[in-house]
Design a protein around this ligand. Structure first.
Ligand SMILES: *Cc1c(COP(=O)(O)O)cnc(C)c1O
Length: 405
């Protein structure tokens, strides 16, 4: 007989150590499950068209990659980086906000570098949500707002995004007692997954609401550069007085094709950015590779608007190929002015999950059930425009021939 070894312990069913109660309420991250199914299909030889994950298919601009290579050869970048971001990176961010939005930021007090907005948002929640506090969260939405609120012991209060409200939260419907107990509110426009957008007027309302109830207002601006048909998306910080109560997460991931680089910034109110997020981050991570930040500076500085224009034209052509193709087959679908998603109502008689599974099984096309983003996502699937126009046309052909509406 041998003593129980590691492999035997690992082979036992279930966890062999006690896990914290807080993780038990968290479902597996949606894309992990989806990826597993897709991998199985591909291993079986299927030609799967993945319209699931929102990750740009085009590469990072050459000049950004070149700058990283050069900066990586400079030994001064090899040390622990400053917690709050490389000074030059933060200064470039402030300069960019002035050029792009007409917003003035003090780079030493109002700009904090984050290793992707997912990281920053997750940590910011820990700085605002105590057990029992409400967090006001759009539904459907990027899952991190909700899951991190739950981890922190807070109560996510759903602001439904529906066709009736144009997928924009109706702030007047938030009950007074909930607003009083809320410490943080999330907004995301242009939005994932519904692809809805707002004008500055809505941000004015949101800022007034946040001020009235002393709520930290957080705008996730992941898609602020990804807009079409002449629409230009505002920053929440363009609103007069927004900096008294609001911050914004600007992500380099989607607009610069830099998802793998994990770079962005949290900008705005100093209390939120430095005295809340900064306290969590200085005790959690140790900043971000300085050479990558030097490359980030190059991205912000060198022709970003020309680059965005080129990318947005590409996504608009894909959007039109998808929307026109589905409409020609009688499907009811909106043509969004922002993000690289299309929010497709599922045909009558299907749930989101049934429809996504049917499309995967019969058409070898991956779409994400709307319910992955919240209960009000029922009745929709999200389609990402992250494959070529040709592949999108093929996906449409397969979808319309395998499902009748
Ligand atoms: C992709 C995405 C993010 C994550 O961005 P990173 O900067 O890559 O962490 C944040 N919010 C929304 C709504 C997104 O879709």
């Amino acid at each position: 007989m041998t003593a129980p070894g590691g492999s035997e312990r690992l082979a036992r069913e279930g966890p062999f150590v006690k896990r914290a109660d807080r993780i038990k309420a968290i479902p597996p991250y949606v894309f992990a499950e989806l990826n597993k199914k897709v991998r199985a299909k591909r291993e079986a030889g299927a030609d799967v068209i993945d319209l699931g994950i929102g990750d740009p298919d085009s590469p990072t601009p050459d000049w950004v990659v070149e700058r990283l290579a050069e900066a990586a050869r400079d030994p001064s970048t090899h040390h622990y980086p400053p917690y709050e971001g490389d000074r030059e990176f933060n200064a470039e961010f402030a300069a960019y906000y002035r050029r792009r939005f007409g917003v003035t930021l003090d780079p030493t007090r109002e700009v904090y570098m984050v290793s992707g907005s997912k990281e920053g948002i997750a940590h910011l929640i820990w700085a605002f949500v105590d057990p029992g506090d409400f967090a006001l969260i759009p539904d459907p939405a990027y899952p991190v707002y909700r899951t991190q609120t739950l981890l922190a012991g807070g109560i996510p209060f759903q602001m439904p995004l529906t066709r009736e409200n144009g997928f924009v939260p109706d702030l007047a419907r938030i009950p007074e007692d909930v607003a009083r107990r809320a410490t943080i509110m999330f907004l995301n426009f242009p939005g994932n997954p519904t692809a809805s957008h707002v004008e500055k007027e809505f941000f004015k309302e949101a800022v007034a609401f946040a001020k009235k109830y002393d709520i930290a207002l957080v705008h996730d601006a992941a898609y602020v550069e990804m807009t079409f048909d002449g629409y230009v998306a505002p920053s929440v910080l363009e609103v007069d007085g927004a900096k008294e109560i609001a911050c914004e997460f600007y992500s380099m991931s989607k607009p610069f094709n830099m998802t793998g680089w994990r770079m962005g910034a949290c900008v705005g109110n100093e209390e939120i950015v430095y005295k809340a997020l900064g306290i969590i981050k200085t005790n959690t991570d140790s900043g971000h590779f300085v050479a990558a930040q030097k490359a980030g500076i190059e991205a912000l500085r060198r022709e970003p608007f020309a680059f965005f224009k080129k990318m947005n034209e590409l996504y608009a052509r894909r959007r039109d190929a998808l929307v026109d193709g589905l409409r020609a087959a009688g499907w009811d679908v909106a043509r969004p002015k922002g993000t690289f998603y299309v929010w497709l109502p599922v045909p009558p008689g299907y749930t989101s999950a049934d429809f996504a599974m049917l499309v995967l099984e019969k058409a070898n096309v991956v779409v994400v059930p709307g319910t992955a983003y919240g209960q009000f996502g029922e009745g929709y699937v999200r389609i990402a425009l992250t494959v070529s126009e040709e592949r999108l046309r093929e996906a449409v052909r397969r979808m319309v021939s395998s499902v009748s509406v």
